[in-house]
Design a protein around this ligand. Structure first.
Ligand SMILES: Nc1ncnc2c1ncn2[C@@H]1O[C@H](COP(=O)(O)OP(=O)(O)OP(=O)(O)O)[C@@H](O)[C@H]1O
Ligand SMILES: [Mg+2]
Length: 361
């Protein structure tokens, strides 16, 4: 009973993290010596539009071929992979089970009772569970975290990995992977994040996700359908360009001189407003928090020159661009200079890659 081998699977081994996102397949492999992490391999392989949309893999073959190219370019021989599904396609539930049951019996009982917990037909979901520990209310029970995911979400990703000759060993949830990778941002947080309230904003192609951490634990998350695609469309409209011209131009900085003042500044103002609004939702949802100590920007849009200053000015909160690998050594085959440019968009991949070092569970 599992998403695959296990949603919560663990144990140290060689593993690549694969973020299958709407604009690209992002591969990252880490190793760990003592407390130090190293980047062993990485590659980003762009995807054509609509192959992955709304976190749904529409064309597993195209994605599989992109993964195969990424593996090749990264130069890794590792076959085990960790991928993630969107939190919106997963239901988690805390249930209670008799502490006396063996894991096997617990699995049988959960399966038999699953229709009580899951609002979908049981044959349409993959399930996994993790025993969290003794129940606070009742000593003879244990708390069990049950997770269920629509099968198609997992199966499309597995199909893509199989085409690339990889073996999926961990299926995580994107928000968990993002939270997990925030350990690599501690050097950018005041007091290493201890007792602090930090907003991590992942500004991707189609989605901007806010994650508020308090004391390094997730306190709030919110997704908005807004991202770099909007900027590409603005450029296309303003200059009458094709998608290819627009997205290349914004990355390479080859757009006409009035791009900054006529296009980019409006996009940055919109982005800052979106983030501001999400923060207001957070403040109204949680009475204990009334201030953010630090904003950390991630995702491809964090690579826009000057984005940190523009957002800091609007929010009046210290703002930096995420540098998850700044304190790691980077193998030469992982192309350190290129990695430094891409690192802000590799947080989910990094969170997945470090599932390699989970304590065996
Ligand atoms: N240097 C740059 N300047 C401007 N925009 C950039 C730059 N680098 C990347 N981008 C933009 O960032 C976006 C891609 O970011 P990212 O890789 O985080 O998205 P994604 O993870 O694929 O998207 P999503 O999470 O929404 O599925 C694209 O819109 C791309 O054009
Ligand atoms: Mg993303």
């Amino acid at each position: 009973m599992s998403f695959m081998e296990s949603l919560f699977g663990g144990g140290s081994r060689e593993l690549i993290g694969l973020d299958i996102s709407s604009s690209a397949v992002k591969l990252l492999e880490l190793s760990k010596r003592g407390e130090r992490y190293n980047v062993e391999a990485y590659a980003v392989e762009p995807l054509p539009g609509n192959v992955v949309n709304d976190k749904q893999v529409n064309e597993p073959r195209v994605v599989g071929e992109a993964i195969a190219r990424a593996v090749n370019r990264a130069g890794t021989r590792t076959k085990n992979a960790a991928v993630a599904v969107a939190g919106s396609s997963v239901i988690t539930k805390l249930i209670f089970m008799p502490a006396s049951l063996s894991e096997h019996d617990m699995e049988e009982q959960i399966k038999a009772e699953a229709d009580q917990y899951i609002p979908y037909p049981i044959e349409e979901v993959n399930m996994d569970f993790q025993i969290l520990g003794p129940s606070a209310k009742d000593k003879s029970s244990v708390d069990v975290l049950l997770a269920a995911c629509r099968k198609e979400q997992v199966e499309q990703r597995m199909a893509a990995l199989e085409i690339a000759g990889l073996k999926p060993v961990v299926v995580d949830i994107e928000a968990y992977a993002l939270e997990n990778s925030c350990q690599f941002l501690r050097h950018q947080m005041p007091d290493g994040g201890k007792g602090k309230t930090i907003a991590v904003v992942d500004m991707g192609a189609s989605m901007t996700s806010l994650m508020v951490l308090h004391d390094l634990q997730t306190a709030y998350t919110r997704d908005q359908a807004f991202g770099g695609r909007q900027l590409t469309e603005d450029i296309m409209r303003f200059y009458g360009m094709s998608v290819e011209e627009a997205s290349k131009g914004k990355r390479l900085g080859t757009l006409p001189e009035n791009y900054q003042s006529e296009v980019l500044s409006h996009f940055l103002a919109d982005m800052a407003q979106q983030i501001d609004r999400s923060l207001q939702f957070f403040f109204s949802a949680s009475s204990q928090h009334s201030a953010i100590d630090q904003v950390i920007l991630a995702g491809g849009c964090a690579q826009i020159a000057g984005v940190d200053a523009a957002i800091q000015e609007r929010l009046q909160i210290p703002t930096v661009v995420a540098r998850p690998f700044a304190q790691m050594s980077v193998a030469s085959r992982a192309k350190p200079a290129q990695l430094a440019q891409d690192e802000a968009s590799l947080l989910i991949a990094a969170g997945l890659a470090c599932r390699a070092f989970d304590a065996p569970g």
